[in-house]
Write a protein of this length. Structure first.
Length: 202
């Protein structure tokens, strides 16, 4: 979990949590329309956007627990304010547990050390989030729930790559975000570092 965390890192976690909530009422209705058009759960599709923010928290802070804390902050804010997506006290659970899943997936990504593993954190996070909503609120039958979870895993996985390249862009333009830590090995076997120069090459 989070050890000693700087004020800047704490601020970035809060920024990611707030940003995730801000886009929800804007993107939500659009994704519901897309989901209904293709007879798919809007929750599984919307994870492509929502999972970007806890993943960014992991990439910026680089400590286990960053995504969990991002989700916890979101759950508390939703509970207190009663804004979009509130389900009472259970909101703390439905926002925090996907963050835990992202953290677990991020640990796995670092252990695997390959770029393709970037899909794991957000795929797991979206899977857990849709599982909670599907079971606790929608009470989906087994088959629709299974289809929803498969879609959530696949669509959620894209968020990992989106967050990675967005982070690289941010690091290239805002060097304060670049901790120059190794995350994975590239296809040539050379360790890939998040240096300012590399980020600027995208």
């Amino acid at each position: 979990m989070l050890k000693k965390i700087s004020t800047f890192d704490a601020m970035m976690i809060v920024v990611m949590a707030v940003a995730g909530l801000v886009v929800k009422p804007v993107i939500g209705p659009i994704l519901k329309l897309v989901g209904s058009t293709f007879f798919m759960s809007s929750g599984s599709i919307s994870g492509v956007i929502y999972m970007i923010f806890p993943m960014l928290a992991c990439l910026i802070v680089r400590q286990t627990g960053a995504a969990t804390l991002t989700g916890l902050i979101q759950g508390i804010m939703v509970l207190i304010s009663g804004i979009y997506g509130s389900h009472g006290i259970i909101s703390v659970l439905t926002y925090t547990l996907p963050g835990v899943a992202v953290d677990v997936g991020f640990l796995a990504t670092k252990w695997i050390g390959k770029k393709w593993a970037l899909f794991l954190p957000t795929a797991l996070g979206n899977l857990v989030g849709n599982l909670l909503v599907g079971v606790l609120f929608l009470r989906l039958p087994k088959i629709p729930l299974l289809i929803t979870l498969i879609g959530a895993f696949v669509f959620g996985g894209f968020s990992g790559f989106i967050a990675w390249y967005f982070y690289r862009w941010l690091a290239g333009n805002f060097p304060v975000l670049d901790k120059q830590l190794h995350l994975f090995d590239d296809s040539n076997g050379e360790t890939t570092s998040l240096s300012h120069q590399q980020a600027g090459e995208l």
